[in-house]
Design a binder for this molecule. Structure first.
Ligand SMILES: C[S@@+](CC[C@H](N)C(=O)[O-])C[C@H]1O[C@@H](n2cnc3c(N)ncnc32)[C@H](O)[C@@H]1O
Length: 215
């Protein structure tokens, strides 16, 4: 039987996300979900043909999936191959995402628990993930701080694994954004940044960091 078609973007998902911003602005970190153009740029970086290869397909973990802007695009490209986990703290958004995308393993939890969340799903906390896609804001990644999430993410990746994080262009010169780029350069062998995606509100760039450096 052919796979169920994936849902297309719906204004009600955008409205649901905006309502959660009103409820929890710091954690939600954005008034509006990412655009389809940004989701495509993120998925291009995450699932490049020269990226990690694994028989049966890659293990992809999404952090801060929200209303699923990146989730739908990643699921479309994976086409049922590999494993696709989507971690989301907000229970209302996580619940809706799980209903909307039954093929994705939605994890309603805090990314601060990432190693445990992976381990209980049969994925060793170190070196078991091929691609991590982050839609998180600074309040959850905490770049440049002692409790930064970025080294934890890097340790979950297999050698040759890829981490993708977007950031808003207008904040690129702020302290946390610069700390993020600096940390990525320390943690990975190769870091590249996309041109600005203008068809997003606000415009954004996508960082791709590949090959976690083992110390
Ligand atoms: C900027 S939104 C991005 C949502 C979606 N990826 C997009 O691009 O439209 C950040 C998302 O991360 C979630 N989030 C924030 N802190 C989190 C945490 N500690 N653990 C898991 N998810 C978190 C928020 O609830 C929100 O849905």
């Amino acid at each position: 039987m052919p796979p169920e078609p994936l849902p297309t973007r719906d204004w009600r998902d955008d409205a649901r996300f905006a309502a959660q911003f009103v409820r929890a602005p710091v954690a939600t970190a954005s008034v509006w979900p990412s655009s389809t153009a940004l989701a495509r740029t993120v998925a291009d970086a995450a699932l490049r043909p020269d990226g990690p290869r694994r028989p049966g397909g890659p293990v992809v973990v999404e952090l801060g999936a929200g209303s699923g802007a990146f989730t739908v695009e990643l699921a479309r490209r994976l086409g049922g191959r590999g494993r696709h986990l989507a971690v989301e703290l907000n229970p209302a958004l996580a619940h809706h995402l799980a209903e909307r995308l039954p093929t994705v393993e939605v994890v309603p939890a805090d990314v601060a628990e990432l190693p445990t969340l992976l381990a209980v799903r049969g994925l060793p906390a170190v070196g078991s993930v091929d691609v991590v896609v982050s839609g998180l804001g600074w309040s959850a990644t905490r770049p440049g701080r002692d409790d930064s999430l970025l080294p934890v993410v890097a340790s979950t990746l297999a050698s040759g694994g890829v981490f993708v994080q977007f950031g808003y262009t207008f904040t690129r010169w702020a302290g946390p954004a610069r700390a993020l780029e600096q940390e990525l350069r320390e943690l990975y062998g190769e870091v590249t940044t996309s041109p600005t995606v203008w068809r997003n509100l606000p415009p954004a760039v996508v960082h791709r960091a590949a090959g976690p450096v083992r110390t």
